[in-house]
Each structure stands twice: as C-alpha cells, then as structure tokens.
Write a protein that binds this ligand. Structure first.
Ligand code: SAM
Length: 249
C-alpha cells in the first residue's frame, strides 16, 4: 500500500519550504489540502502539478474513507494544511488516526509551525511549555479557560485571531495580573514580523497604540506563574519526615 505523508509548509515565507517537502509533494500521486486554491499557489511556486483533493474540517470524516482506499490501492498521498504543520490546530487528525488503525504507513515531513517558531525567538522559558490552541470565542468560556491556567507554571502558548487579540490581552491582564510577562509574535517570517513584549499591561498599551494591531496573525505567549516552590517543598519535607519516622523501630 501507499504512504501517507504529513507535510509541513511555510507559515508565511515561501523560502521555508524544505527540500524534502518539495521532493515529497512532487513525488506523490495526490495532495490532500485544507484549501485547494490556497495550496495550488504554493505548488505553482514550486513548479509542481498534482491532482488536489479537498480535506477540511467539514468533510474530513467523509473524505477519510476515500483517502484510505486510495492508500490501500497503492497510491501515495501528501496531506498539507494552509500553513505550518497539519493537525496542529488544523485538519488531519481523523485521517491520521484512521490510517494508523488500518496499519498504513504514515510518515511526517517536518517543517514550520507557528508555536515553535514563536517560542524560539520570544525570550520566554522554553524548557517546558503548554500549547493551548485557540481560546474559546465566547467571553465567559475564555475567561474561565484563562482562570483555569492562572497557576500553570509552564510557559503558555495560544493561537489567536487578529480581531480578538486586544480583548484577549485585556482578559490576560485581568485574570493573570497586569504584571505577568507576555510576548506576542505577529506575522512570523513575513515582512511585518513584530514581537511585542513586556508585562501584560505594557503589551496592552503597545497594541492600543498600533494601528496595524488588528491585522496579521498572532501567537500569544504568557510566562508561567511563579512556582510556589518554597511552601510546597516544606510540606513535602514534613510529609517525608512523617513517613520515615513511622518506619523507625
Ligand atoms: N498548523 C499551523 C501551525 O503549525 O502553526 C497553525 C494553523 S492555525 C489554523 C492558524 C494560527 O496559527 C493563526 O491564527 C495564528 O495564531 C498562528 N499563525 C500561523 N502563521 C502565523 C504567523 N506567520 N505568525 C504568527 N502566527 C501565525
């Protein structure tokens, strides 16, 4: 049977397509794309002509069976999304899971993803982080989601739509405190790439004074909460002592 390739594509700068991504896209029988017109432009730039198949969040379940049948019949298929790595806040999970369940070969062709790109240059701790995808769109649900993350000590990473980024910053300030460190990465790898950094209140002000703030794509990163290490360590030591004492003759 054929191979399902999961191919990462640029998040803005065409130069970020990898040699292997181009080779694989040029070598498969068919390319499954989130938006065929969008991906057609990428393929054109690479000088690749291939049959395209639309596979987006609304038809992934029904298209899945078709793709699986084609893989079983020996065709190789590449999955791409509009930008970055498929399955990362993008379609593909249903297909990859189904392909694996059928024992088919699924192989990744790594490349850009906005999460890692943003973290790599933000200057926030990266040894541990948690990716939260997009926050819920309803106000109450957003506030609740942020409140649930208030004590998280790992760096928090969110994707956010440009028309909501000001509101989200205000909510982060309100829920996590105005002095929490924040970095916004806007238009990564593109002409108007910008990093806004500072405390949550400072970043709120920066956004308020930038006429272009509501355009472009954003990754929102929030420093983790200060660990309540001292208190926790004392409690643990006490507990340990208790356990050890109980073992003494
Ligand atoms: N699969 C993609 C990836 O691997 O990064 C993410 C797809 S998700 C639907 C799109 C979101 O990713 C945008 O709303 C934005 O938050 C973020 N994003 C994508 N490209 C970006 C860029 N060039 N600069 C900043 N954020 C970007």
């Amino acid at each position: 049977s054929g191979v399902l390739y999961i191919v990462a594509t640029p998040i803005g700068n065409l130069g970020d397509i990898s040699q292997r991504a181009a080779d694989v896209l040029g070598g498969v029988d068919c390319i499954a794309a989130e938006d065929t017109r969008h991906s057609q432009r990428l393929l054109q730039a690479l000088g690749i002509q291939k049959p395209l198949l639309a596979l987006h969040e609304h038809n992934e379940r029904e298209r899945c069976g078709q793709v699986i049948d084609r893989l079983k019949s020996g065709e190789s298929i590449a999955l791409v999304s509009d930008a970055g790595t498929p399955l990362i806040s993008d379609p593909g999970f249903v297909l990859v899971r189904a392909a694996r369940a059928e024992g088919l070969r699924v192989t990744p062709v790594p490349g850009p993803s906005a999460i890692i790109t943003a973290l790599s240059a933000a200057g926030l701790p990266t040894h541990r982080f948690t990716f939260e995808g997009f926050l819920p769109t309803k106000r109450k649900a957003r506030a609740d989601a942020l409140a649930a993350l208030k004590k998280e000590t790992r760096t928090l990473v969110f994707y956010e739509a440009p028309h909501r980024v000001r509101e989200t910053m205000a909510e982060i300030s309100a829920v996590m405190g105005g002095d929490r460190e924040v970095v916004l990465a806007r238009e990564l790898t593109k002409t108007f790439e910008t990093f806004y950094s500072g405390t949550a209140s400072e970043v709120e002000v920066l956004l308020g004074t930038d006429d272009y703030a509501e355009r472009g794509e954003y990754v929102v990163m929030v420093a983790g909460a200060q660990a309540e290490t001292d208190e926790a360590a004392v409690v643990d030591a006490d507990r340990l002592l208790e356990v050890l004492l109980a073992e003494l003759p």
